[in-house]
Design a binder for this molecule. Structure first.
Ligand code: FES
Length: 329
């Protein structure tokens, strides 16, 4: 994926150079990349649902979900769909990354964590949205926890990691839904989510229309039981507040930066020669999340919870409602 979600939580680690050990064609347009330590050492552990920044040829940085088994320290696995409208990331993964080369990986973040106290988990994947859910299936299965996985795709040739999923998911709990391109012939999401049971948590990831259907069908579920991750910004966020100018005070640097209407906060800061970590630049991944104070934020991201919005801002897309904002930078 690239990423968003509605939970909090992230874990960051320093950069790693990993060897591309294998590349497999998993499904039509989807390749998996198995990454290992070049010296054969253990890799850091990661949480189910996490994604990692990948530094690609051409200076592109993209976040992809870690689709492998979180308990497997020997390898990390990425699953990448070659997007027809790629801005360069998925094309670079498919056409430039080769077996035997090294890839630089940056921060690992998890904005899509499993709830520790769930009695049962329903995982629903749409297309390439299977990647974070597959790592969740590994984790839930290894702990003997109750779950079911619904995987929605156009046809069998679009199903990635098929044989592995059959091994991971307990018998009768893996449901493949093929719609041949007509969502009405696929999974009846509304019916599946109609009667939420106490202690059940829902996780979903997939393309825009699928996400909307899941969100609408679970709108009556209890707060905190629904978890989702967008891998693309759903739509440009229409703010009711016009893009005005404001200033941001970088509290750690003691510098004030003017942000004009046609610039993001990230860009305005970069123009002063300072760098803010970024990845998706779409309010999806959390790479640019910083704490703020002394101001009011026009939040335009897809990841921060209501609680986080009280103290944090994603500076790649969000802006200030107030004349100034103090950032912990
Ligand atoms: S949320 Fe990804 S760079 Fe800002």
């Amino acid at each position: 994926m690239s990423a968003t979600q509605s939970d909090s939580g992230s874990s960051e680690m320093s950069e790693l150079n990993l060897l591309v050990k294998t590349i497999h064609m998993e499904a039509q347009g989807i390749n998996s990349f198995e990454l290992v330590d070049p010296e054969g050492g253990d890799l850091p552990s990661f949480e189910a649902g996490a994604h990692v920044d990948v530094h690609l040829p051409g200076g592109i940085v993209r976040s992809y979900s870690l689709a492998g088994n979180p308990m497997d320290k020997a390898k990390w696995v990425l699953g990448v769909l070659k997007e027809p409208k790629s801005k360069g990331g998925s094309i670079a993964m498919h056409e430039k990354v080769r077996v035997g080369e090294q890839l630089k990986l940056g921060a690992v973040r998890n904005l899509f964590s499993l709830a520790a106290d769930a009695k049962h988990s329903i995982l629903i994947a749409g297309g390439i949205g299977i990647t974070p859910l597959k790592s969740m299936a590994h984790k839930l299965a290894s702990e003997g926890k109750s779950f079911e996985l619904h995987y929605c795709a156009r046809s069998l040739k679009n199903i990635a990691f098929a044989s592995e999923l059959k091994e991971i998911v307990p018998e009768g709990r893996l449901h493949i839904h093929l719609d041949q391109g007509e969502p009405s012939k696929g999974l009846n999401i509304k019916a599946l989510l109609e009667n939420p049971q106490p202690g059940t948590h829902l996780y979903f990831c997939g393309p825009g229309g699928f996400m909307k259907a899941c969100e609408e069908s679970s709108s009556h579920w209890s707060k905190g039981t629904v978890h989702s991750e967008h891998f693309k910004a759903p739509e440009p966020v229409q703010s009711s507040i016009p893009d005005g100018s404001f200033e941001v005070y970088l509290a750690k640097s003691g510098v004030t930066v003017q942000v004009p209407p046609d610039q993001t906060i990230v860009r305005a800061i970069e123009l002063t020669g300072r760098r803010v970590p970024t990845s998706c630049l779409s309010g999806l991944c959390g790479a640019c999340k910083v704490e703020y104070s002394d101001g009011e934020v026009d939040h335009r991201d897809f990841i921060l919870s209501d609680e986080e919005k009280k103290t944090c801002i994603t500076v790649c897309v969000s802006r200030a409602k107030s004349k100034s904002l103090s950032l912990d930078l």
